[in-house]
Design a protein around this ligand. Structure first.
Ligand code: NAD
Length: 468
């Protein structure tokens, strides 16, 4: 059994009690994490605050540190990958990709230049627009991509000159705790603190007086609590929340190749991706063929323990989420949807659900209107693409969407009308460090990544030198 301490002020720190972490593929306990109380949290916040004064001074030191952390992730990739698969469930090759992505993001930020903007420099005045770090940033992450999403936060937060207190989900704390230990080999004490705890800990963080910013990734429901709590003393917030991304297929596509692309962008990490495709709109003439092509892939996908070679789809991460997915599917089937593939939980140890393609799904069913966050894809028939756009834009979600067509311009013209943070044509889930990512409406506030993400970790500061 793996047990990692928290890292607070550069020191390995335990708590009076621990909580178990379960491998979702087996139901067995794979590790334990410290269950921090207000006492340890307060130590972490004070350590971060104390470290800020010198950390904000030299950007060269910060750049070198981010590269050094990326190096350490590479040196410990096998260990981190194994931990991720054990606690999260994803196949080893996806865990490996998660660590490599984290390295890429840290290296991008290590090199990113964000120069001072000079508005005026003459005999009347010199006016500069600069960015000023905020202080202590609290970073709160969900259970689907613990290491990548942590890197999206602490990378730019540290580059901007802030110090950080990072809290992973209680379902997946282990790789993040290990990351904290590794990063503290190269960071000054207190610059990056990692704390873990059960449900009580998040609200203690958001109402703590020290952090000036909460960078949160998680569900819409929790995001609203975070926003309300942060409002009390006007903490800055970035919220990356849930999505219900549509893929809108036009009538000129090659069905087989589009089905293959859509399937894997819906079922990556077993559908547990905020911006996975969560509903497909298919035109009437292609409907049956597309459903069948998707179902054929679902029937042959290899489901199993992510630690075994050849596994393509792992388990659902936790029992509450398995229960939710099961009930959404059962309800849709009772309302007239039909399972073209799958449709049921898989009996046995672990939290497995059959890869499921639902035909005859319709708006009004919760599986279409809400975020399922699991290995289930509803396919909705349409006659008029304008009605699809109206349906998509009528959703409270607005994370991402995609339009699929043989004609890029035709697809782009529709993509531009979607009220979402990212609209792709002929792809989905395409991210890179310099491309901003954020959601419209309930899917979030603010963005991560790129220079826009970096700006979320600083305030504008004007230096105006009057000359006459
Ligand atoms: P969650 O909201 O249950 O938990 C997220 C984090 O918040 C966890 O660390 C949790 O311990 C903490 N938390 C819980 N209650 C809190 C509170 N009251 N105050 C502060 N923190 C609190 O989400 P989850 O189930 O871990 O993750 C799945 C959700 O995350 C999905 O909705 C998914 O779409 C979303 N997500 C969004 C993005 C994005 O970038 N938009 C990325 C990944 C996941």
């Amino acid at each position: 059994m793996t047990e990692f301490p928290m890292t607070i002020g550069g020191h390995s720190t335990a708590a009076a009690s621990t909580f178990d972490v379960v491998n979702p593929a087996t139901g067995e306990v794979v590790g334990a994490a410290p269950d921090a109380t207000e006492v340890e949290l307060d130590q972490a916040m004070r350590a971060a605050q104390d470290a800020w004064a010198s950390w904000r001074g030299d950007v060269g030191v910060r750049r070198a540190a981010l590269h050094a952390i990326a190096d350490l992730l590479g040196q410990h990739k096998d260990e981190l990958t194994g931990l991720l698969t054990a606690e999260q469930g994803k196949p080893l090759h996806e865990a490996d990709e998660e660590i490599r992505d984290s390295q890429a993001w840290l290296r991008y930020y290590a090199e990113l230049d964000d120069p001072v903007v000079v508005l005026q420099d003459d005999d009347r005045a010199r006016i500069e627009v600069r960015r000023r770090p905020l202080g202590v940033v609290a970073a709160i992450t969900p259970w689907n991509y613990p290491v990548t999403l942590a890197s999206w936060k602490f990378g730019p937060a540290l580059l901007a000159g802030n110090t950080v207190v990072l809290k992973p989900s209680p379902f997946t704390p282990l790789a993040t705790l290990r990351l904290g230990q590794l990063a503290n080999q190269v960071l000054p004490p207190g610059v990056l603190n990692v704390v873990s705890g059960q449900d009580h800990l998040g609200p203690l963080i958001t109402r703590h007086p020290v952090p000036r910013k909460i960078s949160f990734t998680g569900s819409v429901a929790t995001g609203k609590h975070v926003a309300a709590s942060a409002a009390d003393d006007l903490k800055r917030i970035t919220l990356e929340l849930g999505g219900n991304d549509p893929a809108i297929v036009l009538d000129d596509v090659d069905v087989q190749s589009v089905a293959e692309s859509i399937f894997w962008r819906a079922f990556e990490n077993n559908g547990q991706v905020c911006s996975a495709i969560k509903r497909v709109y298919a035109p009437e003439p292609l409907y049956d063929d597309l459903v069948e092509a998707l179902a054929a892939i679902a029937r042959t996908a290899t489901v199993g323990n992510g630690a075994l070679p050849g596994t393509q789809l792992g388990p659902i991460n936790n029992r509450p989420q398995l229960t939710r997915v099961s009930s959404l599917v059962a309800e849709a089937l009772s309302q007239g949807a039909k399972a073209a593939a799958g449709g049921s939980p898989i009996e046995g140890a672990g939290y497995f659900f059959e890869p499921t393609i639902l035909r005859d799904a319709q708006p009004g069913m919760r599986i279409v209107d809400e975020e399922q966050f699991g290995p289930v894809l509803p396919v909705i028939r349409y006659a008029d693409v304008a009605e699809v756009v109206a349906d998509v834009n009528g959703s409270p979600y607005g994370l991402c969407g995609s339009v699929w067509s043989a004609d890029e311009e035709r697809a782009a013209a529709i993509a531009e009308t979607l009220d979402v943070g990212t609209a792709w044509t002929n792809t989905h889930l395409a991210f890179q460090p310099d491309q901003p990512f954020g959601g419209a409406k309930w899917s979030g506030i603010g963005v991560e990544n790129g220079v826009w993400g970096l700006h979320g970790f600083s305030d504008v500061q004007v230096i105006h030198r009057a000359r006459r």
